[in-house]
Write a protein that binds this ligand. Structure first.
Ligand code: PLP
Length: 384
């Protein structure tokens, strides 16, 4: 069994899991059951009904808490289900500060679902965290940060946001999907809740949709667990098992994602057909110093524009790659290529998208862990 004194690589493999008490199986069994037999009413082994608890889920939740340096973990049926649960902490009339460059589905749930329940969302630039202050009023309850952001790879200073949150008595939520716990642990910098689309790097193999929340406060955990049990956005045990298995290789995968990402970012920068390359590892990235402070590496997510900045030019590149598959999602072992304007961020109106720097030709890469020379050759053939 692992403890918090162990280094991350050890915790990724051992945290939360113990040999199965029945057989000694080293891998946590998939408890595919909907209910648990009780000896007498209320006399049971801690498990009553599988919406509320499941042993495979418990193992994963403990692992998630450990690798994010938190006390509690909660697993959800998807990243959006986790977002939904956090938003349900709010009441009509409450206001939330949200980073203005973020996953399109998060923008959609806030503007199309929760805005209808009287919650107000302010989408603001947070690259300078001090900008948040001018929007805070007596109704503000939460700061919602994604860093690095999707898809512009902006960096937001979690520590600075944490200070403002503490001072103003707000909850700070950080979506850590892009960095993964291998590169960044937001709770250490003052976040109250860390969110993951575990569909991405945690699962790591593009074979599961899953979400997670990690926190230190027992009060918050109780509220979120109550919301989850009441609303029912729970994951199946097989999906929990897949994420648990994915986590065991997170460090090895992320190391390679970072190495490949660095080489491809530099290669793109030297390509005359490429416009801007967005990658937080460049020393001239506007918030590189903050990335270097709060992250242990710069990851494999890269976005770039074409010199010929239009939709048709982007479509040509997207059609031509072979190893980079055209697909939504990210964080798997295989490389993916995407076009935010028409795919992940299609739900954001064009004027708003362009105003936020999300150009028509912007292409996003999720650099996988294949041989980097093959990946570069694939991009070379497509960009021409
Ligand atoms: C940064 C980020 N947060 C949240 C989500 C939503 O997660 P899911 O697709 O698992 O519901 C995504 C999905 O792409 C994402 O990229």
């Amino acid at each position: 069994m692992s403890n918090q004194q162990h280094k991350l690589a050890t915790r990724l493999i051992h945290a939360g899991v113990e040999p199965d008490p029945l057989s000694g199986a080293i891998m946590t069994p998939i408890y595919q059951t909907s209910t648990y037999v009780q000896e007498a009413p209320g006399v049971h082994k801690g498990y009553e009904y599988a919406r509320t608890q499941n042993p495979t889920r418990t193992a994963l939740q403990n692992a998630l808490a450990s690798i994010e340096n938190g006390k509690f973990g909660l697993s959800f049926g998807s990243g959006m289900a986790a977002t939904d649960a956090v938003a349900k902490l709010l009441q009509p009339g409450d206001e939330v500060m949200v980073s203005n460059d973020l996953y399109g589905g998060t923008y959609r749930i806030f503007t199309k679902i929760f805005a209808n329940y009287g919650i107000k969302f302010h989408f603001i630039g947070m690259q300078d965290a001090e900008n948040i202050r001018q929007y805070v009023n007596e109704h503000t309850k939460m700061i919602w940060v994604e860093t690095p952001t999707n898809p512009l790879l902006n960096i937001i200073d979690i520590e600075a946001c944490g200070k403002i949150a503490k001072e103003k008595n707000l909850l700070l939520v950080v979506d850590n999907t892009f960095a993964s716990p291998y590169l960044q642990n937001p709770l250490d910098w003052g976040a109250d809740i860390v969110l993951h689309s575990a569909t991405k790097y945690l699962g790591g193999h593009s074979d599961v949709v899953h979400g997670a929340l990690i926190m230190n406060s027992a009060e918050l955990e109780e509220k979120l667990r109550f919301i989850q049990n009441s609303c029912g956005a729970v994951p199946g045990p097989h999906d929990c098992w897949l994420v648990l298995r994915g986590i065991k290789t997170l460090h090895v995968r992320m190391q390679r994602h970072c190495e490949n990402g660095e080489k491809i970012a530099h290669w793109l920068r030297n390509n005359p057909k490429v416009g801007k390359v967005l990658w937080c590892g460049f020393e001239d990235h506007p918030n590189h110093a903050i990335a270097a402070k709060q992250m242990r590496g710069f990851g494999g997510m890269i976005s770039f524009t074409l010199k010929d900045d239009n939709l048709d030019a982007a479509m040509e590149v997207l059609k031509k790659t072979e190893l980079f598959s055209l697909a939504e999602s990210l964080g798997g072992v295989e490389s993916l290529i995407g076009h935010p304007a028409s795919m992940t961020h299609g739900s954001i109106p064009r004027e708003e998208r362009i105003a936020n720097g999300l150009a028509d030709s912007l292409i996003r890469l999720s650099v996988g862990i294949e041989d980097v020379d093959d990946l570069i050759a694939d991009l070379d053939a497509a960009i021409g």
